[in-house]
Design a protein around this ligand. Sequence first.
Ligand code: AMP
Ligand code: MG
Length: 407
Amino acid sequence: MIPLDDARRRVFDDIKPLPIVEVPLREARGLVLAETVSAGEAIPPFANTAMDGFAIRSADLDGATESHPVELPIVATVAAGAVASRTLGAGEAMRIMTGAPIPDGADAVVMVELTEVRANPDGDDIVAVMAEVPVGNHIRPAGDDVEAGTPIFGPGTELTPATLGVLASLGRESIRAHRRPRVGVISTGDELVVGPRPLKPGQIRDSNRPGLLALLDELGVEAVDLGLKRDDERVIETSLRAAVERCDAIITSGGVSMGDFDFVKAVLSRLGEMNWMQVAIKPAKPLAFGLMLGTPVFGLPGNPVSSLVSFELFARPSLRKMMGHTELERRHVVAIASEPLRRGSDGKVHFQRVRVSTDADGGWRVGSAGGQGSHQLTAMARANGLAVLPDGDGVAAGGRVRVLLLD
Ligand code: AMP
Ligand code: MG
């Protein structure tokens, strides 16, 4: 067995970020920026009002109170998207809507809630203002969010929804980013079937492929369902050869253990530069990783929990590296065990499926998510973390334990 860190290093060293391409903003969500973006213009581009109300001169409201309002004639209206037709003079007010440019001559906005409009049949309507406001009140200056000419995002920035919004507000329609990986998923096993039809003796349903495809969706890569393959060396060879042609990485489940029909391992070692490892962890001890025609292939173990844990420890960080991320890992926290998390000594690090939550003081608490067998997928379904238990007998109630957060 080899230690987890060594196994991970062997895998990650072989993984390179994908090429950089120009991507339309609409298709860029979750990708990683590969350029420095500088603001060509200020955001907001002009001083504007944060409130619906009246543009005024602050000094004109000196002494205004609810019982002694100051009355000003309303000389114009400025809507968002419009520009005031003239300068605001002393003793005047202009109606103004959120987002509209501040008229020349005004130095503050008083919100509509502090005013009352009085009709004036002889001329301009009158606004009665019931409070003083300071200079600059409710004015959003030009460049308040982004100053023109400043670099705002650099290589490695994830294109989150808000990041895409900032880019759009700068007029960008596309950006340079690492290409989105296409990742194929193959299940192997003669015992596997799909769908509701009754199981024949010895059969089970394929649960790994839907789980792995969903993990890929969540990661933001393009997941390709390459189907279920029989335990037949020729079938697996043909499938893998076709898969590496159309994908940037392949994930298989099953067929990498010590059994007589574990052909994924056999095919990979014949066709690729394969690293078959017995990793000192539980679950997910066996891993076949290799490059086939330069394409990374992750041969994950077949047991349902093992395949998902192996994905978390090896495939997910690798795929993030391909995407151009610099931070490859999910977060770890240190939690207090609210019940014993027991294990036996076997030379491995155990990853127990747990529920993590915060207590009243904001500290992390952790308890078992259920049965810990590598076939017991429901505990994985309930879990939102993996407790990392070093070799030994586990953690007593009240003890501290490191937890890998899964959400
Ligand atoms: P293997 O790694 O092929 O030796 O499989 C180990 C265990 O995982 C066996 O009990 C398999 O039946 C089970 N298994 C393998 N692939 C899947 C799958 N796609 N879905 C559910 N169980 C699987
Ligand atoms: Mg199998």
